[in-house]
Each structure stands twice: as C-alpha cells, then as structure tokens.
Write a protein that binds this ligand. Structure first.
Ligand code: NAD
Ligand code: UDP
Length: 311
C-alpha cells in the first residue's frame, strides 16, 4: 500500500538516500529541509517524480501535513557543522522533536527518530549496548549535539507513554557513503578527499581512537526495517557496523585504496573526542533480523568512486 511519508532532513546525506529508497518502494515522499547542511543537488534526480515533494522549512517551526510516517533526520551531524551554531543545534533537536511528535500525535503517524551513538558520549563500556546510560559531558563542545539528541529521546519516550504516540528510536553509529558533504569535516570524507588530492591526511590525536563505520545502504535497510516493526517495539536500537577500526587503520586503508601519495600528519585531538565506539547489535539482529553486509573496504571503494566524480 502506498504510504505518505515525511522525511525531515531529506536533502542531507542519509535523508536523500532514504527519500530515494522510499520512492522506489512505491511511496509518496515529502522531503522537508532548511538546506543548512543538505542541498537540492542531493535530491535533484527525484524532482521529476510526481510522488516526490520538496519543501523548504525549518523543523524548529511547527509544520502541518497529513502523513502516515515521519522519519525525523533533520539535524547537522558533523562536529564542525553542529558546533557552528550550537544553540541552533539544540533547538533543532529539541524543538524539531516536539514539532514532529506533535504532528505524529495529531495525525496518528508513526515517527522515527534518528538518534546517535553520541548519546553514549565517551563510553566506559565496550561495545555499547542500548541499556548503557552513557558518559556525556553536559557542558562540553559536543553537548549541543549529544544532549540535544538525549533530550529528543526523552521527548519521544514521554510522548509515547503519555500520548500513545507510535515511536521508533534508532541510535545510528558512524555512517559513510556517497553524497557525504566533502567539506563537512567527518573523518571518512576528509581522508578520502585528502587522499585523492594527495594532500596530508590529518589524524587528530595519535589515531588510536576507534570508530565502527557502517555503509549507507546497510544503515537504511536497518532504518526502514525498524519503522516496519510492530508498534510494541519502540527501540532504542543500535544500528551500525560492529567492525571496529582505529582512525590510523582507516587512514591506511584509504591511502591504499586510492593509491595516494599522501602522508599522514597528526593534529591535536578535539576536546571530548570519544576514544572508542562499537555497537552491540544483538537487539537489531533479534528484532529487525538485521545485520550489516558491506565490509569497510567494499564500502570505501564505492565512496571513493563517488568522491572522484565530485571533486
Ligand atoms: P546531514 O547534515 O547530511 O543531514 C542533515 C539534514 O538536516 C541536512 O539536509 C540539513 O540541511 C537538515 N537540517 C538541519 N537543521 C535543520 C532544521 N532546523 N530544519 C530542517 N532541516 C534541517 O547529516 P546526515 O549524516 O545525513 O544525518 C542525518 C541524521 O542522522 C541526523 O539527525 C544525524 O544526527 C543522524 N546521525 C547521522 C550519523 C552519521 O554518521 N551520518 C550518525 C549518527 C546520527
Ligand atoms: N578525525 C581525524 N581526522 C579528521 C577528521 C576526524 O582524525 O580529519 C577523527 C576525530 O577526531 C574522531 C574520528 O576521526 O576521533 C571520527 O570523527 P568524525 O567527525 O567523523 O565523527 P565523530 O567524532 O562524531 O564520531
């Protein structure tokens, strides 16, 4: 059955892939975005589809529409972008959640929140399970994002308990792939762009910190499966690739796959940069029947091809 689906942040990296996928599955898609970090270019190939609508709007303002499902992705995701206007980032997470939950309540839509592994902060348990409450600096430079997302999770669960809103909370771990913004400062895009230009690869700190990188197609499969779970399942659920790599290993992989002449240089580690991150995906496997399929090298090759075409 054709559903009418709202995707906030739909012109961003993950949102644009999601809009495309939902349209391909035969749905009607409304993409809402204020174009802060996203761009029309990401969805330009969808514009001619009569079942696709693009709306310039800011989620901090109320929005009225009739829809069956809402994917709430609007929020800058890279540290450079979310720290650019920290107060706005908090407003986007918190007021955006309130507006989308209010909308879901009124039209009885299901609503999915793109939460983050950042709710775990700099974790003291490894790998991270959903029952871990996290280790977040509430006043640090990353707090606008971390605490904004934590407050959004609280709002989701309170709307669920108080108003029976049908919610899905997804904790996304570092995801990469085509349509990442080459200038947003995230590690995969930075390293690939630097390697392709034979510029120095900038490792912050000694490169021993770890991340677990999920390819965008795997991530979206988990996201759509989560939306389609029975109402009783709300999450939170970790979606990410448990393959854990140091940032130095990532740099070495990128240099090898691009045949780059780049040298690795070290720069200071930003404040509160988490030392390790790896999702425990037991719940995703059980409840969604999901696990990632694309290993890092394979995903990097596809992403490198994309960056070759845009830079
Ligand atoms: P992105 O920056 O490419 O996309 C975010 C989109 O939201 C952009 O199109 C931006 O213009 C839009 N936006 C920002 N503020 C808005 C506002 N106030 N009103 C309307 N639109 C607004 O980032 P992404 O990687 O695609 O991330 C999408 C979501 O997934 C975010 O909520 C992010 O926190 C979450 N997430 C992503 C990752 C990842 O690794 N990519 C990891 C964890 C969580
Ligand atoms: N990083 C790095 N060099 C870069 C960009 C990032 O060493 O050019 C490091 C960063 O300090 C962090 C990791 O890579 O330890 C992941 O950074 P990113 O901004 O991609 O995401 P997050 O820290 O939010 O996981």
């Amino acid at each position: 059955m054709k559903k009418r689906i709202l995707v906030t942040g739909g012109a961003g990296f993950l949102g644009s892939h999601l809009c495309e996928r939902l349209l391909n599955e035969g749905n009607e898609v409304i993409c809402l975005d204020n174009f802060f970090t996203g761009s029309k270019q990401n969805v330009i190939h969808l514009i001619d589809n009569p079942y696709f609508e693009m709306i310039r709007h800011d989620v901090t303002m109320p929005f009225f529409i009739e829809v069956d499902e809402i994917y709430n992705l609007a929020c800058p995701a890279s540290p450079i972008h979310y720290q650019y206007n920290a107060i706005k980032t908090i407003k986007t997470s918190v007021m955006g959640a309130i507006n989308m939950l209010g909308l879901a309540k009124r039209v009885k839509a299901k609503v999915l929140q793109a939460s983050t592994s950042e709710v775990y902060g700099d974790p003291e348990i490894h790998p991270q399970t959903e029952d871990y409450w996290g280790h977040v600096n509430p006043i640090g430079l990353r707090s606008c994002y971390d605490e904004g997302k934590r407050c959004a999770e609280s709002l989701f669960f309170n709307y669920h308990r108080q108003n029976d809103v049908r919610i899905k909370v997804m904790r996304i771990f570092n995801t990469y792939g085509p349509r990442m913004d080459p200038n947003d400062g995230r590690v995969v895009s930075n390293f690939i762009v630097q390697a392709l230009k034979n510029e120095d690869i900038t490792i912050y700190g000694d490169g021993s910190q770890t991340r677990s990188f999920c390819y965008v197609d795997d991530l979206l499969e988990g996201m759509v499966r989560l939306m389609n779970t029975p109402d009783a399942f709300t999450g939170p659920v970790n979606i990410g690739n448990p393959g854990e790599f140091t940032i130095l290993e990532l740099a070495q992989n990128v240099i090898e796959l691009t045949n780059s002449k780049s040298k690795i240089i070290n720069q200071p580690l930003p404040a509160d940069d988490p030392m390790q991150r790896q999702p425990d995906i037991t719940i995703a496997k059980k409840e969604l029947g999901w696990e990632p399929k694309i290993p890092l090298q394979e995903g990097l090759i596809k992403t490198i091809e994309y960056f070759k075409s845009v830079i």
